[in-house]
Design a protein around this ligand. Structure first.
Ligand code: NOJ
Ligand code: NOJ
Length: 500
């Protein structure tokens, strides 16, 4: 039934034309899609698309013509040219294999993920030592043979070293649990200064440079960024734990101290009038205009930067309020979201985006990875609230709670106790909302083969931008693993528990 829609959404286009929606824009506070839409079982499709995503993702690791360990952002070499190893994309993609390593069930799986991770480690180590225009480990991308990319670019991008450190820190957590601490000392964290190992070289850089302005993850704005700072904070806190375990207590203290100051700076990103977290502060260069103040990078920062404490936690009022404002804005902005009552909302980078996947004077579109981040966000909310003693309904989280549990009876100020009817309605509604974003993505991908590019058109729904974007495939897996409650092993958690 669902296959009818395919990539081709002719029925959608017809409705659209006849309803005269062309060019019209609803006011931002306008309605939002209802969740009362589907009952089908999407699990068989999730299983199939997971397999496909893994195979397609693997094709972009060390493809012909690249060095071992290189992860190309996309096989596309012209219009756009994404044939590079981006530090950020690679770290998020390789986290998939860190989880694969931790959860591998056969020796073959373990050997395979080990070899991928070792190649990535060698390539990353070489990147760190390669002289580049940033003059440090914040260089955003390298040529696929590992040589420096010397063209003009928005640099440095300091989320890269933090994300790379996190991926290796999570691998280290499993290696330590397996008793392989010597490997960790030798290749990942040597406790030397200057360091010859990847994690420590990245963390030393983050600890000393986090307050310097840099370019954001979208590579457009120079300033200080919520996403970058959230992942830096997490990297420093997890890094401090590793340093401590390995007896490097002074460094551990230094990382913690910086995480603390950085946290204080992060508070500045909350805008109480707009009730949203602002992505970019102290903007001093770049070309993105963000009059709405909204940016999905905030949600990515929360998901990638969560350490299990209450600080801008996914369930916090500030984050919930930001997420719902984003979702409503994109619902109203992209006509494809309002056609034919198809479930889910396509989410873009930020409403004023003009990068259409080829050039920057077009109009921005929903992206696969941001839409999938919303799926993951809803699953994460469900998983976290499920373990909470109750949910306190506030002015800030009310719109989202009401959205997922339309027929519930709570009002602002209610404490919804664990296990009561409204509590269960919310949990079910959150998971249903998460699934709606998965279904949205399914509608716009190539359903025959499971291909995903970077974006899908805001009006027609057709895919555009870099083909086979590696990060799109990784985001699918990250989202559905959250749905299935697959844990990410980290040094801040007790092993074998889900986000304790
Ligand atoms: C490519 C970047 O990766 C993208 O984020 C940006 O929007 C465009 N260039 C325009 O700068
Ligand atoms: C553009 C995106 O904005 C950026 O985040 C990404 O790293 C590059 N494309 C490569 O995928």
């Amino acid at each position: 039934m669902q296959r009818l829609y395919g990539r081709l959404i002719k029925p959608v286009l017809l409705t659209w034309a006849t309803m005269g929606f062309m060019g019209a824009q609803l006011p931002v506070q306008a309605s939002i899609q209802s969740l009362q839409f589907f009952n089908g079982d999407i699990e068989p499709w999730i299983r199939m698309q997971s397999q496909r995503s893994i195979s397609l993702l693997i094709k972009n690791i060390h493809p012909e013509g690249s060095a071992p360990g290189a992860v190309v952002a996309s096989p596309s070499r012209v219009n756009p040219d994404y044939w590079f190893h981006w530090t950020r994309d690679a770290a998020l993609v390789m986290q998939i294999f860190v989880s694969g390593y931790a959860n591998s069930k056969t020796p073959e799986q373990k050997n395979y993920t080990t070899s991928l991770l070792r190649n990535y480690l060698n390539f990353s180590h070489a990147n760190q030592l390669t002289p580049n225009p940033s003059g440090g480990v914040g260089e955003p991308k390298f040529n696929v043979d590992g040589s420096a990319f010397t063209g003009p670019w928005g640099r440095p991008q300091n989320d890269g070293p933090a994300l790379r450190a996190l991926t290796f820190l999570h691998w280290a957590a499993t290696l330590i649990a397996e008793g392989r601490i010597n490997f960790v000392r030798e290749y990942l964290y040597d406790g030397q200064s200057p360091s010859r190992t990847v994690i420590k070289a990245d963390l030393d850089y983050v600890a000393s440079r986090w307050n310097e302005p840099d370019f954001d993850l979208w590579e457009e704005v120079k300033g200080r960024h919520f996403h970058t700072r959230m992942v830096q904070r997490r990297a420093l806190l997890e890094g401090a734990r590793l340093a401590e375990l390995l007896g490097d207590t002074q460094t551990a203290e230094w990382y913690r101290l910086n995480a603390l100051t950085l946290s204080r700076e992060l508070l500045r990103h909350w805008n109480p009038e707009r009730r949203i977290l602002i992505a970019n502060l102290d903007v001093m260069a770049g070309h993105a205009v963000k009059t709405s103040g909204l940016d999905t990078s905030v949600i990515l920062g929360v998901l990638q930067g969560e350490v299990g404490d209450p600080f801008f936690a996914p369930t916090s009022d500030q984050v919930v309020s930001t997420a719902f404002s984003l979702q409503r804005a994109f619902y109203n902005l992209y006509s494809v979201n309002r056609l034919n009552d198809y479930p889910g909302i396509g989410i873009g980078r930020y409403p004023e985006d003009r990068y259409d996947g080829y050039q920057t004077n077009g109009s921005g579109n929903p992206w696969f990875l941001t839409t999938l981040a919303f799926a993951q966000y809803y699953f994460r909310l469900a998983n976290l609230w499920e373990k909470a003693p109750g949910i306190l309904v506030s002015e800030w989280n009310y719109p989202l709670l009401q959205y997922v549990a339309e027929d519930a009876s709570f009002v602002v100020g209610t404490k919804i106790e664990k296990g009561c009817e409204d509590f269960n309605k919310i949990l079910t509604g959150l998971r249903k909302a998460g699934d709606s974003f998965l279904l949205r993505v399914r509608m716009h991908m190539d359903q025959q083969n499971g291909f995903m590019s970077e974006q899908f058109n805001r009006d027609s729904g057709f895919m555009q931008g870099a083909e086979h974007l590696t990060w799109s495939y990784a985001s699918f897996l990250t989202a559905v693993w959250e749905r299935a409650k697959v844990p990410t092993r980290s040094l801040l958690q007790r092993p074998n528990t889900f986000r304790k």
